[in-house]
Each structure stands twice: as C-alpha cells, then as structure tokens.
Ligand binder design. Structure first.
Ligand code: DAH
Length: 352
C-alpha cells in the first residue's frame, strides 16, 4: 500500500477545509466509524504476520500526523474567529466590566456590631444564652412573680410546661452570674448579651413577634473604691447612645418598674430629630423612650449566687430595632424581617 500517496491526499483534504464545518466533514470522512484512516489501521489484520509490526507502526504514525493536522487547522479557525470578533467591534476590551452585586449587612447587624465593638473596648465580654429558655431563668430568677402579667400566654410563646422562647435577654444575667460564681467570681463582671427574643404580639408598625435586644450587666463590690452607682449607669448609657445615634445626646431618667431592678428607670434621649422642640417622631414631647435600666435587684444577685450585701450592679436592656429605627429614620418595624431586598440594599456595604 502506498502510504505516501494516502498521506498527501489526507493532509491536502485537511488543508483544503475552508471553515470549521468543512473541517468537521473531513474529520468524519477520515476518522469516523468507516473512516479511511481507521480502515487503514484496521487492515493490519489482513497482512501476513511478519509484515504486521512494520505496517502497524507506519499506519499509527500516519494516523497521529493527520490527527495533529486536524487539531492545528481547528486552532487556526478559532484564532481567526477571535480576531474577527475583536476587529468587528463585537467585543470592546475598554468597556468597564459588569460589577458583581455585593451584599450589604442588615441594619440590625450594623448597629449590633458597633455596639459590640464599643462595649468590648470598655472591657465588656460578649455572652450568649439559649433562645429556648426555662421558666426559671426567664421569670423566677429575675424576681418576676408567678402572677405577673408578662408570663401570660398572650405575651409568651410557651413550648412545654416549663420551657418557652425567651421573651428578653435578661435571663442571661443570672446564667452569667451563676457561671461566674462557679468559676470563682472575681469582680468586676461586665457583660453584654446581644440576642434574639420572642413575644406573642400582633404584628403591626411598632410590634414584631421576633426582635433583637442587647442586655448589659455590670457587677462589682458594694464597698471600697469600686462601688457602682447610678452615675456609672448614666455615663455608660450616654456613651452607648452617642455612638449608635452618631451624635451627642442629652438623656433623662424617669422611674420605671421592672421586677429585676431596684430602682428601675426609663432612660429617655432628647429627640435627635427636632432637638427637643417637639415633632411627630417624639410625639411632640421632645423626648424618646429608649433604654430601660436600673440597679440590679438583690433577689437577682441572690439567684446568681452573690450576696447583695457585698455586691452591687446595674443592668440595661436595649431594643435594637428601636435604636436602628431612630438612627436611620425607619418608621415600620416590619421592614426588618420583611426580606424586601430594596429595603436592605439601601444600607451601606460594610466589610469587617
Ligand atoms: N428585659 C426588659 C424587657 O425586655 C428590659 C430591661 C429593663 C432590661 C430593665 C434590663 C433592665 O436589664 O435593667 O422589657
């Protein structure tokens, strides 16, 4: 068999293919199931034994050469296509790229992060507690009596007889004290507890069944230099509000009742929108109620395993939604969990 003649014919066929479709045809004729090259390689079996090795070797070499020629021709077509595309203006390498969309942090996360940064810089530690809480930590240990209205089923999501979805972050106060005492309490203790809480509320503009709070607790010795007073509480609250509201604030304390503090306060901030002149946000009063707080009740210290004669503390419980609403001027609490991307995308991209 004259492999030289075949070689020339096949290479010529590859070279003659004018475009990639023609090349695909030529390839099928040569390498398809009944292709000529394949036939040549197979024909080795019809030869006498002695002739087979030399023929097989030559046939395979020829097959590889033609395959390489097909691949090279295909490359040529691809390169030519790219040049055509670039020259034809279909692709403009100077165009700016399409920017991949980036997520934004949820506004509650933004404010929570800032508060955590602030409080940790003041020496507070971050504590977590369970969202499924016991009646004991959520109520009893916090000096909330059995007949207190807050326990009723219209406020609390009860799970079983003794378990519930925590209605506030305050239960972590007693959990933290108990743990600290177990580990050999060394005052002072300063913790914050950011977390999710739940109440069986009818949802409207200002009420949600799921929301976020940040609890704070500071406990130190009652006697000696380290005694904690209401002045420390006010200073801490002012610092905290100045940071999250991004402006200097004036505050005032009013008496407020919470079973786990004595005395208890409602801390109001001078309305940042009208500077105290009166506007719809502060309902014309010039003040906005923002931060319930107080001096830790002796019964809470006792539940935590501390002697109230020896130790004293203050606590606060901030509603994060409320702070975020004030800071960004949001007037509907349902936005936070509504999942509307247009709402969320308004907040700045923040990477930490
Ligand atoms: N736990 C209270 C609530 O959810 C808020 C609160 C009030 C927390 C006074 C405190 C505090 O630590 O001292 O309504």
């Amino acid at each position: 068999m004259d492999t030289q003649a075949l070689r020339e014919r096949w290479l010529a066929a590859v070279a003659a293919a004018a475009d990639s479709a023609a090349l695909a045809d030529a390839e099928a004729r040569l390498f398809g199931p009944k292709g000529e090259v394949v036939d040549l390689v197979r024909s080795v079996t019809s030869l006498p034994k002695e002739a087979r090795p030399a023929f097989g070797k030559a046939a395979n070499a020829l097959k590889q050469e033609v395959e390489a020629a097909v691949a090279a021709r295909r490359e040529q077509f691809a390169a030519a296509a790219m040049v055509r595309e670039l020259d034809g203006g279909a692709f403009d390498p100077t165009e700016p790229g399409v920017r991949a969309p980036r997520g934004t942090l949820h506004p509650i996360t933004i404010v929570q992060n800032e508060l955590v940064d602030l409080f940790t810089s003041l020496g507070f530690q971050w504590q977590d507690g369970p969202e499924v809480e016991s009646e004991f930590f959520n109520f009893d240990a916090l000096n909330i009596p059995g007949d207190h209205p807050a326990r009723e089923s219209q406020d609390t999501f009860w799970l079983t007889d003794k378990n519930l979805l925590r209605t506030h972050t305050s239960p972590v106060q007693v959990r933290t004290l108990q743990r600290a005492v177990k580990q050999g309490f060394q005052p002072p203790l300063k913790v914050i507890v950011p977390g999710r809480v739940f109440r069986s509320e009818t949802v409207d503009r200002t009420h949600e069944h799921t929301f976020y709070q940040m609890e704070g607790l500071v406990v130190d010795r009652a006697h000696g230099d380290s005694g904690i007073s209401i002045a420390n509480l006010i200073h801490t609250m002012k610092t905290c509000l100045r940071v999250v509201l991004e402006r200097d604030v004036q505050v005032r304390l009013r008496p407020g009742f919470f079973p786990f503090v004595e005395p208890g306060f409602e801390l109001d901030v001078n309305c940042p929108f009208c500077k105290g002149q009166g506007c719809p946000v502060c309902k014309q009063s010039g003040w906005i109620e923002i931060l319930p707080c107080g001096m830790v009740h002796p019964n809470v210290l006792r539940a935590g395993g501390l002697d109230p004669e020896e130790f004293v503390g203050f606590a606060f419980g901030m509603g994060l939604q409320r702070v975020v609403m004030l800071r960004y001027g949001i007037d509907d609490i349902r936005q936070f969990m509504g999942g509307d991307h247009r709402f969320l995308a308004q907040f700045p991209e923040v990477s930490r």
